[in-house]
Design a protein around this ligand. Structure first.
Ligand SMILES: NC(=O)c1ccc[n+]([C@@H]2O[C@H](COP(=O)([O-])OP(=O)(O)OC[C@H]3O[C@@H](n4cnc5c(N)ncnc54)[C@H](OP(=O)(O)O)[C@@H]3O)[C@@H](O)[C@H]2O)c1
Length: 236
């Protein structure tokens, strides 16, 4: 097992986060996952992944997970595809980010915070309205979470996606844009391809302090590194 500092994945127990963990492990990265239910998480995670018990709504549990991490990937949120009251949405999607940022400050974290967000946080659409009804005002809380990340002083990358699928990876071109797209089923990407983009952004110098959106488009997978090389940092 490599002895380098781990990449901490918060949200790595399922969905997009789990695909990112698998991708990082396949790339020989050391990975640590925060888990509310460590036993269930271990049964799904690849061997060699360190599991640390913790919960975003219990801030005191975050510091042990964050300590010594090289980078942090944050994909957690109120569960996809289900109703969530605003109390749960705020506690997870907003307060969870604030608690995580605070723990980074306390532990002297010097890596990158790579944050998975949703399209539609700055651009209205009918689908954004529907998502806000299902997961109460999640896009508003997530827009505020982005602002908190930018203001925290930590190095960060914010990657926004439209609809996530469980389709295979490597079959589509990943388009990268810094012009916000409306949330819509037209803008979708598989969790596998999303994982590829996250792994590439983790150390990419041009992804530092940058916000961008990714979608799958027709065509063979192109040169993602070259697309990331064209990123512009956010205005500060
Ligand atoms: N699905 C979509 O089409 C879509 C589109 C745009 C953006 N997104 C966003 O992308 C992210 C990933 O989506 P997904 O569908 O792959 O997610 P998912 O399968 O619903 O997974 C959510 C993750 O967040 C974790 N989590 C939730 N509450 C937590 C807490 N209090 N403490 C620690 N971990 C907690 C879950 O852990 P447990 O295993 O313990 O439950 C799980 O690992 C979500 O934040 C979602 O809002 C999704």
């Amino acid at each position: 097992m490599p002895l380098t500092a781990p990449v901490l994945v918060i949200g790595g127990t399922r969905g997009a986060g789990l695909r990112i963990v698998e991708r990082l492990v396949a790339g020989d990265r050391t990975v640590r996952v925060l888990a509310r239910d460590p036993a269930a998480a271990r049964s799904r995670l690849p061997g060699g992944v360190e599991v640390v018990a913790g919960d975003l709504t219990r801030p005191e549990t975050l510091e042990p997970a964050v300590r010594g991490a090289a980078h942090l990937v944050f994909t957690a949120g109120a569960p996809s595809g289900r109703y969530a009251p605003e109390r749960v949405v705020k506690a997870t999607d907003y307060d969870g980010v604030l608690h995580t940022l605070a723990s980074l400050g306390r532990t002297g974290f010097t890596g990158r915070f790579v944050y998975l967000n949703s399209m539609g946080v700055t651009r209205p659409s009918i689908w954004a309205m529907l998502i806000n009804l299902l997961k109460r005002n999640t896009l508003d809380w997530r827009r505020r979470a982005e602002a908190a990340i930018r203001e925290s002083g930590v190095d960060y990358t914010i990657i926004r996606v439209g609809f996530l699928t469980n389709g295979p990876g490597g079959k589509a071109e990943i388009a990268v844009t810094q012009s916000p797209l409306p949330l819509s089923p037209r803008h979708r990407i598989s969790r596998q391809d999303l994982a590829r983009a996250f792994a590439a952004a983790l150390d990419h110098p041009r992804a530092s302090r940058a916000t961008f959106e990714i979608t799958a488009t027709k065509g063979p997978p192109g040169d993602l590194d070259a697309r990331l090389a064209a990123l512009q940092p956010d205005c500060s």
